[in-house]
Design a protein around this ligand. Sequence first.
Ligand code: ADP
Length: 270
Amino acid sequence: MANDPVKSLKIEAGNKVRLRSFDTDDTFGWHKESALAELEQVKVQLEVVQQRLFGEEQRSLLLVLQAMDAAGKDGTIRSIFSGMNPAGVVVSNFGVPSEEESAHDYLWRAHAHTPAKGRIGVFNRSYYEDLLVVRVKGFAPRPVWSKRFEHINAFEQMLVDEGTTVVKIFLNVSKEVQRQRLQERLDDPEKRWKFRKGDLDDRKLWPDYTRAYEDVLSRTSRADAPWYVVPADHNWVRNLVVAKVLLHHLERMKPRLPESEPGLEGLVVE
Ligand code: ADP
């Protein structure tokens, strides 16, 4: 494929990322209708390979989703995982740490939710917040957060070494589309519950978040645990790209169903 987003959106290890060089409204020359149809096909393929991973019960996959507010983390998860075997998918949300969580190191709560063998774990936000909101809002001083790039690289390497495929996705939304979506949340009573006044504070800190994200993407993308920067201004593009990235990594794992007992073929149940 000429413009394969799975290849073109991957951050190679050691690359210095500048987010302004990534289009937030890229469509890869796709058309909405055919992209929606393709998503359905990709989802069928995802279901098959997920079922194998689940049956094999030897390895796992961790999908980390990070984004500014209203980029569509929840919508992406709903769209992509809706057809899968729910027993094999565990979604974990990471919000403001509880008292108990704050009393531990920042990886403690994340580690408790890494996926078991056979499972896909989805992190809706993650330990990367400890290099993002924590840095931008000054919740920890630089000497503390700046060591976390290395901790996280080592933590993810450990997960990889122990059989977890780690895939990380940054949903890249533009400031203008975020404005529209936040306004929509305010105006629509069905969506208003999602709006927090704090979202506006974060929006004001957009340049600081951009810098923090650029450092994360530049310093924690590695061959074994890559970041993808996914254009998120169009939901239908975002969903298809994330589904393709996930399928690529699941297929590369080549999960195999366990051998059935010998002598079953041709057996008739009476
Ligand atoms: P979301 O915005 O992902 O839909 P919430 O509305 O529950 O979910 O927001 C989660 C909030 O928790 C975000 O504002 C995020 O910045 C914050 N958060 C996540 N992790 C941390 C952390 N380690 N320290 C402080 N705040 C955090």
